[in-house]
Design a protein. Structure first.
Length: 243
């Protein structure tokens, strides 16, 4: 009975993640193509995807990949990009009671935005079981690494992806993601500050530090605007409570 339940849980996980795989495959192909253009071999591209397994961080890293390699800058930038994983991992850890020790480590390694979201949704109805989680995370890992490998192999034949406009594909996807966070003038202020700061830093500072400078500037403006909103809300509550 336990075997049949595990099989059913795994199958449910695979079915849940299938629509996401259709979107992940072309993005993985694109990353592999860009990695090949930066000089990574197909095996190196596959190994990077297999061990890092974080699309946004991988795209940022490959964009900064040059000779000499700015290793410290890449590490700091990818840490900033993936800092949300600290919160996601802390949240996921609460639901891994049925996992073995090695299973928990593997679950954290294979955690993505999508697998975390499906796990959080699952626990609303029932405990999270390993078979379901790895039914979600396993296919995602396989598709991402296979697509990265295929893209790297194709990239060695195609050459520079910029010739075909492929290098802009991730930028276009990132712009589309940002559009989903649009909340009016406050969002415009944050994006404008980040863009202007990054552009000025690009002109003034060598290397890819403009990425961090633009991101930090946007975070500071967002925090200041949030403080203003909180202060306004507090004032309104005080006025409404006044006799």
């Amino acid at each position: 009975m336990h075997t049949s339940r595990r099989a059913a849980d795994f199958r449910r996980g695979v079915l849940d993640i299938l629509p996401v795989l259709a979107a992940a495959a072309p993005i993985g192909l694109l990353w592999g193509t860009l990695a090949a253009a930066r000089g990574l071999s197909p095996f190196e591209a596959w190994l990077t995807s297999a061990t890092v397994f974080a699309g946004a961080a991988q795209f940022v890293a490959v964009d900064m990949w040059r000779d000499p390699l700015p290793l410290l800058l890449i590490v700091v930038t990818t840490l900033i990009v993936n800092v949300r994983h600290l919160l996601m991992g802390a949240s996921l850890q609460r639901h891994l009671g049925d996992f073995s020790g090695p299973g928990r480590l593997l679950a954290m390694l294979m955690m993505t935005d999508e697998s975390w979201a499906f796990a959080e949704r699952k626990v609303l109805a029932e405990p999270l079981r390993p078979a379901y989680y790895f039914g979600v995370a396993g296919p995602m890992w396989l598709v991402w690494t296979a697509a990265s490998l295929a893209g790297a192999v194709a990239g060695r034949t195609l050459g520079d992806p910029a010739v075909y406009g492929f290098d802009f594909a991730f930028s276009a996807m990132f712009i589309a993601i940002l559009a989903g966070f649009w909340k009016g003038p406050r969002t415009a202020a944050v994006l404008a500050t980040s863009a202007v700061s990054a552009a000025l830093a690009k002109l003034a500072v060598p290397g890819a530090w403009y990425i961090i400078i633009g991101g930090v500037a946007g975070v500071i403006v967002a925090a200041l605007l949030d403080n203003d909103v909180d202060a306004d809300d507090a004032d309104q509550r005080g006025e409404s409570a006044a006799p």
